[in-house]
Design a protein around this ligand. Structure first.
Ligand code: SF4
Length: 413
């Protein structure tokens, strides 16, 4: 039975179209892997020139504030100017986050990227990929590969390390193993993101139209057996996270554009001390952090660096001064210190667990997007959803969907 969650109990992240935690830059469509749930056409435009990328960044600068700039693709590490690009993003005022599968990452490249100002990496690792020289066939076995990258980044020093995994109906049951693995490595793993595989039955119930003309969505959205038969919702992932960590409790969310109670982005932050979970950040503390960040830096916080992530005790103490939920976390930390006094000066780590539930369809055909989408990118000078960029590339418009049952909703030709 999927977990019941009431969005109104959590803090609605204040992220919106023009003032957000994140923006999304794509310097290339090329990649060295083929992930089954990939949103991007591998035969797309290829590498952009640095000047083209700079002009995309100028579009962001004129129209949207954000704390971080996710540099994605394609895989940004196959982009020949990645080091210059990271430097450019940093100089223009964003924290550069490299979203990569990690395959092309070498120690020397990591050193160069650090010198250029990289703030963090988000490694996309899951069983939808066939990685060279990796025999792992389950998400649980892939924890070893995740550990390799977390360790590599930790050795480089002072770089945030996150992991994305696309989750399908076939891999959902492995979430608890990933949650426990992340807990064991909270000192070097700062964020785990579970992205639910997008709509495996796209063509089942809806017809697709581009500017009034019926089209075949299979040309854009290839269904893969890997995705499983069921459309996963955030509540399914919550249920599995709770199997890995019974204390799990979200703090903040982004709702859907069609449904107020959709949990499109669901964010939880746990405090881990001596390998044990002390509890979860409360919605009030999350609100305080976002508000302070905006007041003092001008942007809402999305990624914290390793030094901030090691301030779990301070967060418990500050939160405990104003909030009952955080006092329980603080009490657990103090209990730990009493039972193991030698760990008094050992840090407690903050670790984020995020669920992303991409576009899904309402029975009347409306597409429920993330309200205040953080992964907005630039297409021909305009801001568009990155998850639906291929619709713009191929048809010049976003597709409309119509229920096969209800033709009265057909768009005018
Ligand atoms: S609307 Fe699409 S691009 Fe934006 S955050 Fe949601 S899934 Fe990502």
């Amino acid at each position: 039975m999927p977990a019941e969650l009431n969005h109104l109990e959590y803090y609605r992240l204040p992220w919106n179209y023009t003032d957000n935690g994140i923006s999304w830059l794509e310097p290339t469509t090329l990649c060295n892997l083929r992930c089954k749930g990939c949103y991007r056409d591998p035969n797309g435009h290829g590498h952009k020139t640095l000047e083209e990328v700079r002009s995309d960044l100028e579009v962001f600068r004129k129209s949207r504030k954000s704390d971080c700039m996710s540099i994605a693709g394609g895989d940004p590490l196959v982009y020949p100017h990645i080091v210059e690009l990271v430097k450019m993003v940093k100089e223009m005022g964003w924290k550069p986050i490299v979203n990569t599968n990690g395959v092309a990452l070498t120690k020397s490249m990591l050193r160069e990227l650090k010198k250029a100002g990289v703030f963090g990496f988000t490694f996309h690792i899951d069983t939808s990929q066939t990685r060279p020289d990796v025999a792992a066939t389950t998400e649980t076995e892939l924890n070893e590969v995740r550990h390799h990258y977390a360790d590599m980044v930790a050795r480089a020093g002072d770089i945030a390390c996150s992991f994305n995994a696309t989750i399908s109906g076939n891999t959902l049951s492995e979430i608890p193993h990933m949650v426990r693995w992340a807990q064991e490595h909270a000192n070097i793993v700062h964020t785990m993101v579970f992205i639910l595989y997008r709509s495996p039955n796209l063509t089942g119930e809806f017809d697709f139209y581009a500017a009034g003309r019926k089209i075949d969505p299979a040309a854009l959205y290839h269904e893969a057996e890997w995705g499983g038969a069921k459309t996963l919702m955030a509540k399914d992932a919550v249920e599995m996270i709770r199997k890995g960590d019974p204390l799990y409790e979200p703090a903040a969310y982004l709702n859907g554009t069609a449904r107020p109670d959709s949990l499109k982005w669901l964010l939880a932050n746990r405090i881990i001390f001596n390998g044990e979970v002390m509890g979860y950040m409360s919605p009030r503390l999350m609100e305080l952090i976002q508000t302070f960040s905006h007041l003092f830096t001008g942007t809402y916080l999305s990624y914290a660096g390793p030094k901030s992530a090691a301030c779990g005790k301070l967060a418990s103490l500050a939160g405990g001064l104003m909030d009952k939920k955080m006092r329980r976390v603080l009490a657990n930390v103090l209990k730990q210190v009493r039972s193991r006094p030698a760990t008094l000066f050992k840090p407690a780590h903050l670790q984020s667990l995020m669920i992303i539930q991409p576009v899904n369809f309402e029975p009347d055909g409306r597409q429920d997007m993330c309200d205040g989408c953080p992964d907005i990118t630039v297409h021909e000078g305009k801001l568009v959803w990155s998850c639906r960029l291929e619709e713009m590339n191929r048809y010049g418009v976003f597709l409309q969907t119509v229920s096969k049952e209800d033709k009265s909703l057909l768009p005018p030709a």
